[in-house]
Design a protein around this ligand. Structure first.
Ligand code: GTP
Ligand code: MG
Length: 466
């Protein structure tokens, strides 16, 4: 399998994106559960989610014709098919912008939009949403030769009367004159305006989208490509040919189409200096070869106003051959590894940063708001908890005091009870003595003695009873 590093990084990126989606989904649920959702914020969050779910990393290859864009795409991504999958040949080859991705629902296919659709006032996006308007060719992924044959349709051309070409915006008198074509009756034009390829390549399945473009002429005539597709691409890989260096038309394309789509930061931009093998000179040998490449890189960096470290000298042709033939020495010679490393690390990292930046711009304030709300609630709850704990402590103190008082009272009561018991005992002894003192015998005795004393006193006082 080609470029495992890029595959690994892309897989890791997809995993990271999945986790991000899950976190945002959980946040949406949390807002609903605590009734913090309002229609506007919910819509913003759902839009972010949908954007993340459909997120694709688009690598666009732009350059003048015949710089080796298509060969480079074959070498980077499609070598495991064992064939030169996308047509690449001397002269003008790629006729229309070609997007490669994986459409899970649609399976493997090539969809082609006819060139005449340029006359309709319908945008490319609208056409993309309407598959019936495209000519579809099914791809048999188990048969590289069937696919190779099907891909040939991408470069199909036809001859039409000059007026028709003119009407379609595909006739340029100056350019034709430069090629020695003067006042022709018929003009050769591409059959197709745009191509969509759905292919089950592991990288495409992970969300990678590759955009191959035709040379300057086509870029100029397809405004949607310049105005929306290139600016929206995650990275643009601008291809130069090492043997020619930066030509006038390369520079024109660089300034008008590449730099304009990247803004000042020139983020997500790599320049490939292809065809280094063409600089090999038997007489100059290895050293001369190295020097020649270094000089070209230096000169190109200075003309394009770039750092030398984003200019990658490669040989796409050698790389494709090396991968198909499993020849590590040739692969090393092609120097494709440095470009692959850059795509894996820098481009994917940049994409991650950009996504994070976009998300934090769009929903960062919502998360901050929720965080502040949570912090305030937590603070209030902590304060309440503290108060409860204090009250609980005070209650403990009060209970101990009451307990001690009760215990004292209980003790006093108990000693009272004891005193009472003792008094009761004394009382009952005394009561018994009292009752005893009133017993019948004693009363009789008292009466008897009283009577005797009374009769005695009767005789004594008067001396007579009568
Ligand atoms: N020597 C050499 N030739 C190459 C290399 N890469 C591509 N070519 C050749 O250059 C020619 C053009 O390559 P393409 O890949 O078709 O170039 P392109 O930039 O896609 O061109 P258009 O589709 O016309 O815009 C083909 O004949 C390739 O075989 C390379 O690294 N070394
Ligand atoms: Mg091409």
């Amino acid at each position: 399998m080609s470029n495992p590093e890029f595959t690994d990084q892309l897989r890791e990126y997809s995993h990271w994106r999945e986790q991000l989606i899950q976190a945002i989904e959980m946040y949406v649920e949390w807002r609903i559960r605590y009734k913090l959702n309002d229609p506007h914020s919910t819509e913003t969050l759902l839009n972010i989610l949908s954007g993340l779910q459909h997120d694709k990393i688009t690598l666009a290859f732009a350059a003048e014709f015949s710089r080796g864009k298509t060969e480079l795409i074959n070498a980077l991504f499609f070598s495991e098919t064992g064939v030169r999958l996308l047509p690449s040949s001397p002269g003008r080859t790629t006729m229309s912008p070609t997007e490669m991705f994986w459409d899970e629902k649609g399976g493997s296919y090539i969809r082609l939009l006819n060139i005449e659709s340029r006359l309709e006032d319908v945008s490319l996006i609208e056409f993309k949403n309407n598959p019936e308007r495209w000519t579809q060719i099914e791809l048999d992924c188990d048969s590289p030769t069937q696919m190779q044959k099907a891909f040939k349709e991408l470069v199909a051309t036809k001859k039409v009367p000059r007026e028709v070409a003119e009407k379609l915006g595909l006739w340029n008198e100056r350019e034709a004159a430069e090629q020695g074509i003067i006042d022709p009756e018929t003009v050769e034009i591409p059959c197709w305006r745009h191509a969509l390829i759905s292919f089950p390549h592991p990288l495409l399945k992970q969300g990678l989208c590759i955009l191959d473009t035709p040379g300057l002429n086509a870029l100029g005539t397809e405004p949607e490509l310049t105005l929306s597709m290139l600016p929206n691409a995650q990275a643009i890989i601008f291809v130069l040919a090492a043997d020619t260096g930066v030509t006038k038309s390369d520079l024109e394309m660089w300034k008008n189409h590449v730099c304009n789509s990247r803004g000042h930061s020139k983020q997500g931009l790599a320049v490939v200096m292809n065809k280094i093998d063409a600089m090999w000179d038997d007489l100059a040998g290895e050293e001369g070869y190295e020097d020649a490449i270094d000089k070209q890189v230096e000169a190109s960096a200075s003309i394009l106003g770039l750092n030398e470290d984003v200019i990658f000298p490669v040989s796409a042709k050698q790389a494709l051959l090396a991968k198909i033939k499993s020849d590590p020495k040739l692969l090393q010679k092609s120097r494709l590894d440095k470009l692959e490393h850059y795509l894996s690390n820098d481009i994917l990292m940049q994409r991650r940063d950009i996504l994070l930046q976009t998300i934090s711009n769009k929903i960062g304030f919502l998360v901050n708001e929720s965080l502040n709300l949570c912090n305030t609630k937590l603070e209030n709850a902590s304060k309440q908890l503290e108060e409860f704990q204090k009250m609980d402590f005070e209650n403990h103190e009060m209970t101990a005091k009451l307990m001690a008082e009760t215990r004292d009272q209980q003790n006093a009561y108990m000693s009272n009870v004891e005193n009472f018991q003792a008094s009761r005992k004394v009382f009952s002894v005394q009561a018994k003595m009292l009752v005893e003192s009133f017993s019948k015998e004693k009363i009789d005795e008292i009466i008897k003695s009283s009577r005797q004393e009374m009769s005695k006193s009767l005789t004594t006082v008067n001396g007579h009873l009568n």
